[in-house]
Write a protein that binds this ligand. Structure first.
Ligand SMILES: O=C(O)CCC(=O)C(=O)O
Ligand SMILES: [Fe+2]
Length: 369
């Protein structure tokens, strides 16, 4: 396999400090980043390094549980739950070498009527997360920590939504309303990720990816990483959201402790009539013992997804109006179709190479005879 080609590209680091006073300046910076490489990092977000590390601590505790415990909250088609080595990307046709646990808000409040001394108990439950929270017995503070962290990250997302709405000429609350996480049909998801450690003394096999190249299909992704745990790379260049092709020149994404790395997803690309770019990215397997990080890698991705019932259409109406539910379904279908196409190509290649081996062997037999 040819070595990866690397190119340096600007990934702006944008400060959210004094947001209200600086909103026009911040909007201009965000719009510029969205129109070029579709990736930027945020500093001064209001979420402290300690809060991020606390969420990572809980994530590590979850992944350290035996598989049998994690399997009590299995991945479901509602896009929540735990999976291990199960996400296959159309770009690679093989499973990412990772495990992940996805959580949603499911934030409609449920009133449980008790006795006269304790008349009402409010709980944070919702349909999508029913049976998908790891039990309090296994990890006592997990649910509260995760929900609080999700709320904090949602607040940062809403600032970005306001800026992108202004940039596109919508009213300030237009995207915020479409991504209202207090609604029962909210699809916004927090994904905890754990990529397995890789043995430094053995050459990493071809086709081994921590996360194969892909574009995110949601609105915006906010990504938390840990200093020293490198691996994220981007490859911009898509002109239209339906384009599945990617280039082959990559750029490593650097970030500082406390930064949130953000990228535009396919939804915002189509909602902006392809003006804002949803960029291919991947987490490459470590290859170079001198420079790469071989230990276990943890990251946390917050995917802003539209409520199922909201209507999606760009200001220029380049694409027909669809609901959030339709958008998500067609993103899934496109992914499965691309995956099937990749599998067909891989099967045809495997058959061709089997035939070549068989004919080489029969030639050898004939020569020997
Ligand atoms: O782990 C990372 O750094 C990236 C994760 C990612 O791109 C994803 O889960 O969509
Ligand atoms: Fe991604």
């Amino acid at each position: 396999m040819d070595p990866t080609k690397y190119t340096s590209r600007a990934i702006p680091r944008i400060s959210l400090r004094d947001f209200d006073a600086r909103v026009d300046e911040i909007t201009a910076e965000l719009v510029c980043a969205a129109e070029t490489n579709g990736f930027f990092s945020l500093k001064h977000t209001g979420i402290s390094v300690e809060e991020i590390e606390n969420m990572f601590k809980h994530s590590k505790q979850f992944f350290a549980l035996p598989d049998g415990s994690k399997a009590t909250v299995p991945w479901s088609a509602k896009n929540v739950g735990w999976e291990k080595n199960a996400q296959i990307r159309p770009s690679t046709g093989t499973a990412d070498m990772k495990e992940s646990y996805q959580l949603q808000f499911g934030m409609y409040f449920c009133a449980i009527f008790g006795n006269e001394w304790m008349p009402i108990i409010m709980d944070r439950v919702g349909e999508n997360m029913k049976d998908s929270w790891i039990s309090e017995d296994e990890l006592p503070s997990f649910k509260d920590t995760a929900l609080d962290f999700m709320q904090r990250t949602q607040a940062v997302s809403e600032r970005l939504m306001l800026c992108f709405a202004r940039g596109l000429g919508f009213t300030d609350d237009y995207f915020v309303k479409a991504h209202d996480v207090s609604q029962p049909d909210s699809q916004t998801t927090l994904r905890l990720l754990h990529y397995f450690a890789v043995d430094k003394s053995v050459r990493v096999p071809e086709g081994y990816f921590r996360a194969g190249a892909h574009a995110d299909w949601g609105f915006l992704t906010l990504l938390f990483q840990r200093p020293g745990q490198s691996g994220l790379e981007i490859c911009p260049g898509r002109e239209v959201v339906s384009d599945f092709g990617i280039g082959d020149e990559w750029t490593k994404v650097d970030f500082e402790a406390g930064d949130i790395v953000c990228n535009i997803g396919d939804l915002l690309m189509s909602w902006s009539d392809d003006r804002f770019k949803s960029t291919f990215h991947r987490v490459r397997a470590p290859m170079d013992p001198e420079t790469d990080y071989y230990g276990p890698r943890y990251s946390i991705a917050f995917f802003n997804q539209p409520c199922s019932s909201c209507t999606i259409q760009g200001p220029l109406k380049k694409y027909p109006a669809v609901t959030g539910e339709e958008f998500t379904r067609s993103a899934m279908n496109r992914n499965f179709a691309a995956l099937k196409a990749k599998k067909d190509v891989m099967a045809a290649e495997a058959e061709k190479s089997d035939q070549q081996i068989a004919s080489a062997m029969s030639r050898e037999v004939r020569i020997k005879a």
